[in-house]
Design a protein around this ligand. Sequence first.
Ligand code: 4AD
Length: 459
Amino acid sequence: MKQQTVTEIFKNPPLDKKITVCGWVRTRRNSGSLTFIELSDGSCLSSLQVVAESDLANFETEVKKLTTGCAIKVSGLLVSSPAKGQDIELRALSIEVLGWADPADYPLQKKRHSFEFLRSIAHLRPRTNALGAVARIRSVLSFGIHEFFVRRNFYQVHTPVITTLDCEGAGEMFTVTSLKPERLQSGNSFAEDFFGRRAGLTVSGQLQAEVYALALGRVYTFGPTFRAENSNTSRHLAEFWMLEPEMAFCDLGCNMEVAESLIRNLVARVLETCADDLALFDRFVSKGLVKKLETVRDVDFAHMDYASAIEILTDSRRQFEYPVFWGMDMQAEHERFLCEEVAGCPVIVTNYPKEIKPFYMRLDEEGKTVAAMDILVPGIGELVGGSQREERYDELLARMIEAGLDVDEYAWYLDLRKYGSVVHSGFGLGFERLVQLVTGMANIRDVIPFPRTPGSASC
Ligand code: 4AD
């Protein structure tokens, strides 16, 4: 490309050279015979100051009419800035207007807009400082995930989006059908549907990832996941991205080690490479964010089993909205209390009662709990859910029957326990919750470009 990005210009300023840069006007102000334009191209948080003099051919007719949001192409000389506030500036030799943005109806003006308002303009919100920074950090984290696993000799597996199995057994699958609504209403059986059976959007790629872990050893799948759960909370989406590593010859302890080192590695990467964007969040969104992230990076995660967690919650005498008792499914308020007020760092809780966890988790010796582990983080609660898998055929079959599953549907999954079955484990990390942790953004709808939640799927 002929033009340079603002990031490239700031990284290695080609001083006293002629350059071309394209972007959108953030602000423009006049000073004497000059006009100053803050130009942003989205490649980084900073904008480049462009100085235009009145001798430009289109100065009166166009340059002086530029407003926030207009797209321009500037060619000019990059020089050291004599004024305070910036080290370099671009002295314009020509400014071409690529696209106007009528200030009478362009919704993004210089003032700060609420995140609620920005949600109503998902097609424009990435142009704001905060949502642009979220998008860049999201991309850095995504790349970091691939690099982390590739460096550790994992292979990526592309698991299907359309599936017939509800891995988590919570009945939250969206149905996929090609039948016309009238035929569905007339009680048509799924035998006549596209796949000849009921199919849906995946709630997890884990079961298929297990197939590949038991062939390639270490694998991971990372993609969109769908859940029709009616949870209108700041940490639930109907479509979210999940990372799911699966490892053969790896028990619960090994699983926890991989998950903890992944999270710490990703946080370290963002601290190292996204300092400007993090400083913005620290200042305007979540005070003390950088310090909190440094703790995640530097301090070993706390460990406790489910029974101890219940004991701590009970002994705290804290008035929780949801009552605390052995056998309960912990809510965000309990999870956050454990890591924010008890441990002061992320907490790994293990060995949950089997009744509140899916059928595939390995039964512990005394038969009451399973080899599960959840990682809870400050500000959010559960970030990771994982387990050692039940690798014993008879035990798995018994758990499936107990859970009321159609065993024939899972014949292939049972086969894995018939032929060369081995200890294996894995986990699921909610990618949006990770982005929330790293940016301090309070609402999960603001860390995915186009959120899908109950009653909302526009743009
Ligand atoms: O605990 P979950 O349901 O685990 C699984 O799906 C396993 N099959 C994973 C595995 O072992 N391979 O989900 C894993 C993580 C949660 O800890 C949470 O971070 C995220 O996925 N998650 C959601 N994120 C956003 N919106 C939702 N509705 C979510 N449900 C789960």
